[in-house]
Ligand binder design. Structure first.
Ligand SMILES: *Cc1c(COP(=O)(O)O)cnc(C)c1O
Length: 408
């Protein structure tokens, strides 16, 4: 275990758990500011909407370069309210990806419309735009691309289709705040953009929260009304809405964290770059396929998902878990294969790229505070699980480990 006894490279045996995500560490850096901000809300006792929320909405609108931002109770509600504001409901169809978090499609089903799944582009895990056209029927009302893992979907072909077919575009940007496509940010790439502030997102609150961006003033007005029971003011209800507001306490926390978001995203990118170096160093690129960054994108890596080829994903995951190295599968079951969507009539094999991705993906720790040696522990763990470090292979660590520093 000690550095001194590490004469042969194979003796290298630093072993410590690597968390998948470490929100405690992040909080330690910002605790004073967060507490001050939260204290302000308690002093004012203004818990629902109010200035804290409207200030945060302005700041996010500015951040995304959108005209309006409407805070709501969750990312799921952002999607549902957007569909409601677009008057999408029973009899309507919305085209989306099956390889995403459940809420993408459940929001469509929740308003009574039908999710129509189009397979993904295997390189980006995002909607394969080339297949969207063939899925359009007279009932299609909208396309809901997902910017999965923090990288924007290919939008230009969708814009052309949407204009020609008069469809709305609802961006599921829940994993992609700050992501860019051709220099424009997620949230202004469609009719409406939907964000989540679930604690593990890149901008995470102290509980649930969400937000909708739009450049359409009429939609913005309607969304503001829908989140307060369709009340136009003075208990005059123009339509049946919802109770879905962003809490002032959440806004207070999020305003502090928004100021750090870009440096956190830079750190995630730096970690991603370092994984690339490490997988090359350990010569694992024959089995591990790194996430592709498409041209003219800013990938913000809410997740860093590799593919494990050769049917070895589950064995790799088990090895990492056995050694307390964080890893996760997003997502193990594509949505067209979920029991609750059985009545949509999809069969196994219908969306082969999504099904293959579900079998092969493995998300590795990528949180901003992650250190180089921790990443190396992850990669060494993968190398071990593939039998690359146990058969006399001698691969010296690439980065300095704390253990070595102490021994020096
Ligand atoms: C997190 C997430 C949602 C839902 O957000 P909540 O705030 O948890 O309701 C929707 N879509 C995607 C792609 C997500 O990652």
């Amino acid at each position: 275990m000690s550095a001194g006894s590490r004469s042969a490279p194979n003796d290298f045996s630093v072993s410590e758990p690597v968390p998948f995500i470490d929100l405690v560490q992040q909080y330690q850096h910002i605790a004073t500011d967060v507490q001050e901000s939260v204290q302000r809300v308690f002093t004012d006792q203004a818990f629902v909407l109010g200035e804290e929320v409207s200030e945060f909405e302005c700041e996010v609108a500015e951040y995304c370069d959108s005209r309006a931002a409407i805070g709501v109770a969750s990312g799921t509600d952002a999607l549902i309210l957007s569909l409601m504001a677009l008057e999408i409901g029973p009899g309507d169809e919305v085209i989306t990806s099956p390889f995403t978090f459940f809420a993408t499609a459940s929001s469509i089903a929740r308003v009574g419309a039908k999710p129509v799944f189009v397979d993904i582009d295997p390189a980006s895990f995002n909607l394969d735009c080339g297949q969207v056209e063939a899925a359009i029927t007279e009932r299609t009302r909208a396309i809901m691309p997902v910017h999965l893992f923090g990288q924007c979907a290919e939008m230009e072909p969708l814009w052309r289709i949407a204009v020609r077919e008069r469809l709305a575009i609802v961006e599921d940007a829940c994993q992609a705040i700050g992501a860019e496509y051709h220099g424009r940010r997620a949230g202004v790439l469609g009719t409406v953009g939907c964000f989540s502030f679930f604690p593990t997102k890149n901008l995470g609150g102290a509980g649930d929260g969400g937000l909708i961006t739009t450049d359409d003033a009429e939609l913005a007005t309607r969304l503001r009304r829908l989140r307060v029971h369709g009340d136009a003011g003075g208990y005059r209800h123009l339509e049946v809405g919802y109770n879905s507001r962003l809490d002032a306490l959440q806004a207070a926390v999020l305003r502090v964290k928004l100021r750090h978001l870009d440096s956190w995203s830079d750190a995630r990118q730096e970690n991603a770059r370092r994984y690339g170096e490490l997988f090359r160093h350990y010569q694992l690129l024959d089995t591990i396929e790194l996430p592709a960054v498409l041209a003219d994108r800013r990938h913000v890596y809410n997740q860093y998902s590799v593919r494990v080829r050769g049917g070895k994903r589950d064995a790799v995951l088990k090895h990492l878990r056995d050694h307390q190295i964080g890893a996760a599968i997003y997502y193990p079951i594509p949505l067209h294969q979920q029991e609750c969507f059985a009545d949509l009539g999809y069969r196994t094999g219908d969306l082969p790229q999504s099904e293959a991705a579900a079998r092969e993906v493995l998300a590795l720790p990528i949180f901003p505070e992650l250190q180089a040696y921790q990443q190396e522990l992850v990669v060494r763990g993968i190398a071990e699980s593939l039998g690359r470090l146990s058969r006399g292979a001698s691969i010296q660590p690439k980065f300095e480990f704390p253990d070595q520093q102490r021994a020096a």
